[in-house]
Structure formats: structure tokens, C-alpha cells
Design a protein around this ligand. Structure first.
Ligand code: 5GP
Length: 122
């Protein structure tokens, strides 16, 4: 695969690979994770493919802010805005498997102390 090959998430954005898309705007999509690690597990993915958060530049400030605002909005729509985790795995050693930046929203049963005390690894 060449370095410029589209990422898995770009292929989902381009509808070449099916996914359960629950939100889309001009800058990002939000999909259900194929292998959920919590009762609610969605991915917020910028259309512009940045490989890792650590590769983001100053010029990416507005898209990064947008992803955070979408996270809050999606959490409200999913009715988990009182209790959710936002996770970014950066680098293979941190559990990153898809090298196209994405934010995980993970939410369990409302008020579940057990869920929110569990470490989320990759
Ligand atoms: P990472 O490990 O890179 O932080 O997260 C990648 C996430 O993408 C994983 O949680 C994994 O389950 C999810 N994933 C991988 N392939 C697909 C796919 O084809 N469709 C969807 N919806 N999620 C995927």
C-alpha cells in the first residue's frame, strides 16, 4: 500500500466501505464503532486525514476544536452528556490501529461508577 492510499476511515467517508453513520457535516463524520468497548461507542472522524493527534499542526486548530464541539453535541443527542469518556489513542503503543485521527466517545450505563473506574486501553 502506498503512503497516499486512502485510510479505512476515508473509505468509509467516501462510502466505499459501509458504516453506521449517525452524524455528518462538511468537516467530519460520526460512526458507531464496529467492535464497541462500551454500551455506546462512537467515533468522531475528521474528513481531513491527520494520521495522529501528534501530527496535527497549528493550522488544524479549528478542525480539532470542531471535533470537540461535535463530541459534546453527539453526546447530548445520544443522551449520555452527563457521563461519557472522550479517548484519543495516539500511536501503536497507545493502542492506535487506524492512522486517521479519531475521537472515541465511550459511555456506559448512566451513573455506572464501575464503568468509569475502568482503564480503557487499546
Ligand atoms: P484506534 O484503536 O485506532 O484508536 O481505534 C480504531 C477503532 O476503529 C477501533 O475501536 C475499531 O473497533 C474501529 N474500527 C476498525 N475498523 C472499523 C470499521 O471497518 N468500521 C467501524 N465502524 N469501526 C472500525
Amino acid at each position: 500500500m502506498s503512503e497516499t492510499a486512502p485510510t479505512l476511515f476515508t473509505r468509509i467517508i467516501n462510502r466505499e466501505i459501509p458504516a453506521d453513520i449517525i452524524y455528518e457535516d462538511e468537516l467530519c463524520i460520526v460512526i458507531h464503532d464496529i467492535a464497541p468497548q462500551a454500551p455506546i461507542h462512537v467515533l468522531i472522524i475528521p474528513k481531513q486525514p491527520i494520521a495522529r493527534l501528534a501530527d496535527a499542526a497549528q493550522t488544524d486548530q479549528s478542525i480539532l476544536g470542531h471535533l470537540m464541539l461535535v463530541a459534546g453535541d453527539v453526546a447530548r443527542r445520544l443522551d449520555v452528556d452527563d457521563a461519557f469518556r472522550l479517548v484519543v489513542n495516539n500511536g501503536a503503543d497507545a493502542g492506535q490501529t487506524v492512522f486517521h485521527l479519531h475521537l472515541h466517545i465511550l459511555a456506559g450505563v448512566k451513573g455506572s461508577k464501575e464503568f468509569f473506574e475502568t482503564d480503557i486501553g487499546g
